[in-house]
Each structure stands twice: as structure tokens, then as C-alpha cells.
Design a protein around this ligand. Sequence first.
Ligand code: AMP
Ligand code: MG
Length: 493
Amino acid sequence: MIKKATTFDFQNTYADNLNGLYKECIADPVPSPKMLLFNYGLAEELELDPFIFSSDYGLSIFSGNEIPEGSNPIAQAYAGHQFGNFNPHLGDGRALLLGEIVDIHKQLKDIQLKGSGITPFSRRGDGKSALGPVLREYLISESMHAMGIPTTRSLAAIDSGENVLRESSLPGGILTRIASSHIRIGTFEYASKLKDKNQIKKLADYSIARHYPDTVKVENSYLAFFAGICNEQASLIANWMSVGFIHGVMNTDNMTISGETIDYGPCAFMDEYHPATVFSSIDKQGRYAYANQPAILTWNLTRLAETLIPLVHDEKEESIKLLTEVLQLIKPVYENFWLMNMRSKIGLSKEDPKDYELINNFLEIMKDEKIDFTLAFRVLSKALTGDMAIARNLFNNSKKFDVWFMHWQERVSQENVPDEDIVNAMNKINPIYIPRNHKVEEALFSAVHKNDMEPFSNLLSVLMNPYEENEGNESYALPSPNPEIPFKTFCGT
Ligand code: AMP
Ligand code: MG
């Protein structure tokens, strides 16, 4: 790596403040990198100097071949519970934090390279990424953002020009990931296991200042900080549930304290609704199945709470009592977010105690009739405009659906809002285009094995407008024509 002056306005607050929670490290150079995707909209939000992307300079930065001036690259240390088992030594095994910059909203953002080579945390890994998973993360994270769901973002995807060895030899890739920070529950688990008891306080103070600055003023700021994280993560999982997103690997090292979705390894969107849906080939027990995600939320936050015991109160018993009180609120807080989301999805803005039952009955029918989760909500608004046939058809002309529809119409009429407004509101919250698994696979296959980015670019551009139905894009809205082939995902980039 060659050092060179640049136009980035880097800060290195993590490195400056959290000695002991990272190792300095540089990227491995790659022979002939090629920029495959660059996110100009995001670059604008980050107020990047256009020189960075209008010249080969960006390519050398985002491929790891040059260290920009002001950057102090580090690999972050973290631990984590993976599928329930504690691993004290994880850390960025294939990622490098270049530094932080302030975006257009005055928020500090991490710029991280993923797949840039061996770090002190690589263990037996090669520190690299295959291109397919890099493109997959780019696509799905940007699609999540377009749906308004908090997520890390993707700035650039690079074909590294070299192959990486997985089960076969595959083209390599590097992703430039942008995040509010990469601090995970696992970062707290790592800090709390260190001999230096001050580390957990330093990490909490840094995280509070960066993510929950309002809690500084509160009497017990560490407890308020914890409650803030619980709230953000509960909201996030409720958002995932409302679009049928299955993260697939909700280990504590993959859960950010900012509440952004991170690490898009084995994730996927559900087509046919079933609460037990799992896509990840390694999740044999279904620990991270669709319907288990809310329970895992609490499980993970309990691991975080354990690390905060020394900070919340001088007396351990009192500390545990206070943290437990917050933990007990996660379920009701989550359920409230979920109910709010689901109400909106079926066009309701007022509250009726029977709404919970109404929504669950709808889900039950979807499950019994094996209905596509995304389309189910979209056809409801169509039916309200009078196009009942399309909804009845989707629901296999089921009597149960007809009865449910009558109840729903009665409930909608209580809103005292013109149907047209309800339909518009529903179409703004229920996506028509999600990253359908078969479409994602098709696009990745062309990009990686045929050197053809066109299907990928088309899919990406459709997903950037998830709510607006456009002529010509019909195939993007439909589930796989071969549902009998079960879709499986694999970990790792
Ligand atoms: P993940 O399940 O993708 O979140 O990764 C879990 C851990 O494995 C993290 O510490 C990663 O940095 C590490 N890891 C995954 N793939 C590699 C790789 N190819 N080389 C080195 N470390 C890796
Ligand atoms: Mg991870």
C-alpha cells in the first residue's frame, strides 16, 4: 500500500479513543482491480470530493491499493455469541476501517473495506471476499435503504482481479461499506472480557457520545443508553418482519448498537409466507427462522445487558435488577412497533383493540394457502379499488379470505378516510419490488460467471423504487417460477 495525499476529511475517533479494541493493519494490494459499481447518490450524502470517483484514484482507494491521507486503517476487535456459543476472539477478519467522515447530515460515518486481505483477526481465513457475496450485499443493503429500513450502505463494489478459493476458485471482490459505526453487541462482549475494567466504560462512553448523545443528560446514562439500543433494535426487527426479511445469522457480533442492519451473508426475503422459514444452509435448528427473530432480539440484548452490569450501578444486584426491568420491556416495545407496522400495511392509522386479531387472521390465511408475503399486501390495496379478482385469485378463491376481506373492509370504513387515500398510503409502505431470491441469483450469476452486469444493474434500478409499480417490470414482482426448488443461502463474503 502506498501513502498518498487526498481529499478525504478523515477522522479516526475509534482508533484515537479505543486503544485495546483494535489492531492497526493495512490492506493487501490487488493486481488489477476494476470498479463494478459506485454509488453516486451515497457519495453525495457523504460529501465526497468528486475527484475521488471521477479518476482512477477512487479505484486505488476502494481496492485497498492506497491509504488515503489522514486514514489510520484498523481492524476492530470483537467477540460474539455464534448460534448461542460464545467465541471470545472474532474481530474484523476480512475488513478494514479506513476512518470516519462527517456526512451531509453532520453524522459521523465509518468507511470500511470488506474483503481487503488478512488482518490480525483472520484466524484461518484468507481475509478476502468472493465477488458474488460482495454484489449481493451491495444490492440487498441498498434495497433495504430504499425501503427506509436502517442499514449499513454500500459505496463501491470492486472486482479485485484475483481469484479466491472457496469450494471452487471464484472471482474476488471488495466492498466499501458505510455505517453509522461498526460497534456491535460483540464489541461490548469483547471489552467486558478484558482484564482492564476501564475498557467497557470507555467503549460505552464513546458509543453514547456517538449514537445516543441525549442519554448523557439522564440520571443513569448507561441504563438509558441500554434502553435506547433496545428501542432501536426492536424497531429494526419489526421492520424486518414487515417486509419478510430473514437476516439468517443474528449472532451477537452481527447486531449493531446503532440499530442498523449489518452483515448480509445468508440473508434472504421470504416469498411464500411461513413463520418457520429459514434459508441459511448452516441454520439447521432454525434458530434464526423468520418467526424466531423477535425472541433472538431479546436473547442478544440480554448478552449486551450482561456486559453493562459494572456500569449501571455500584451494587451488582441493583444493576441486574435495573437492566432486567429494561429487558422485560423489549417484548412489549417490539410488539408495539410490529403492530404499528402491520396496521399501516393493511391501511389502518387508527387503533382498534381487535386489530391484532385481524392481522393475525390474515397471516394465518396466508400460511394455510401458501401465499406470497409481499404480493398479499399489494393485492389488498388493489382489491380496495375494486379489483377484487386479482386478490381472490392470489388467495386461491379461499372462502376464509372472502370472510376476512369483509371484516377488513368494515374495519377500513371505520377509519373515515376515502379509499383512495388508504390505497395510496398502503402502496407507500408495502413494497411491490423486493430482492426476489431467483432474481438476485440470476443477476449474480451473470455478473460473476458471464461478466455481464446488465441483469444486476436492471435489478438494482428496479429495487431503488420499491413502491412504484412500473410497466415492464412485472417479472420483478413475481415469486420464482420454480418454487419447488428450495432456495438456500450460504454464509460469508
Ligand atoms: P460473519 O459470520 O460473516 O459475520 O463472520 C464471522 C467472523 O468470521 C468474523 O470475525 C469475520 O471477520 C470472520 N471471517 C469470515 N470470513 C473470513 C475470511 N474469508 N477471512 C478471515 N476472516 C473471515
Ligand atoms: Mg459478521
